[in-house]
Write a protein that binds this ligand. Sequence first.
Ligand SMILES: NC(=O)c1ccc[n+]([C@@H]2O[C@H](COP(=O)([O-])OP(=O)(O)OC[C@H]3O[C@@H](n4cnc5c(N)ncnc54)[C@H](OP(=O)(O)O)[C@@H]3O)[C@@H](O)[C@H]2O)c1
Length: 250
Amino acid sequence: MTAGMKKVVILGATSGIALEVERQLACRGCELLLVARSAQRLAELRSDLMARGAQQVLTCAANLASIQQHASVFEFTCHNFYDFDTVLLAYGSMHEQKDSERSIDVLVEELQINFVSASAILTLFGADLERRRTGCLAAITSVAGDRGRRSNYVYGSAKGALSLFLQGLRSRLHPAGVRVITIKPGPVQTPMTDHLPNAARFADPEQVGRDIVDALERRSPDVLYTPKIWRYVMAAVQQIPETIFKRLSF
Ligand SMILES: NC(=O)c1ccc[n+]([C@@H]2O[C@H](COP(=O)([O-])OP(=O)(O)OC[C@H]3O[C@@H](n4cnc5c(N)ncnc54)[C@H](OP(=O)(O)O)[C@@H]3O)[C@@H](O)[C@H]2O)c1
């Protein structure tokens, strides 16, 4: 087991990327608290992770997109898993961009799930780690948040806002010795993307899970691009002048 990471809270434990992280943490003998919407899927996950070597797996069924439910998730955590040292936020949704253009309700829901509720629950857990002057807070945003594109700027802007939020939170929590990691995956093969063209060419979630576990264990980096090539791809994409970028149809 890793010295600095023993008790890990996963917010959005049923995500395809989170599943890979959980399997690897279970093999390391970590204790896990899993939060997701479906009690049945959580129970199945618990059995699987215990069989893989997790020392303890607690579950808490909640819809994290609803800020009203955050207080009870936090209370459950403080009561049953009070000395957690790591929090990974992994839930999110990616609606069809066209649906967000046609419906303000869909647009607001996309921002609510990916940014508003995420920043709210990170504030709750972050304050606890800050008070205890320990631990690590990590959240999955996306490379889509690095530049607004025609084909997915609503999802991208929510992820971009979350990345900016994490940057500020990192600075706030730094004096307390709390690490904040921004995780920016490129396209990954998960249920979120399996309907997209070329999905078979997307990154293997096992590799992405490994990169995330490595980042949680090590002292660096503050911002993880996974797979690593996306750091260079996005650095190049950010250099394209706006006059050209606005004409690109992707
Ligand atoms: N896959 C990619 O290419 C990719 C790339 C960059 C970033 N990401 C980000 O990585 C994270 C994990 O995504 P994934 O690829 O692992 O996707 P996934 O397998 O589709 O998982 C999505 C997770 O979000 C939860 N969720 C979805 N809609 C929700 C809602 N309305 N309310 C509450 N929870 C909801 C799901 O819970 P249920 O199981 O209850 O549905 C599930 O736990 C997300 O933040 C995603 O934006 C993914």
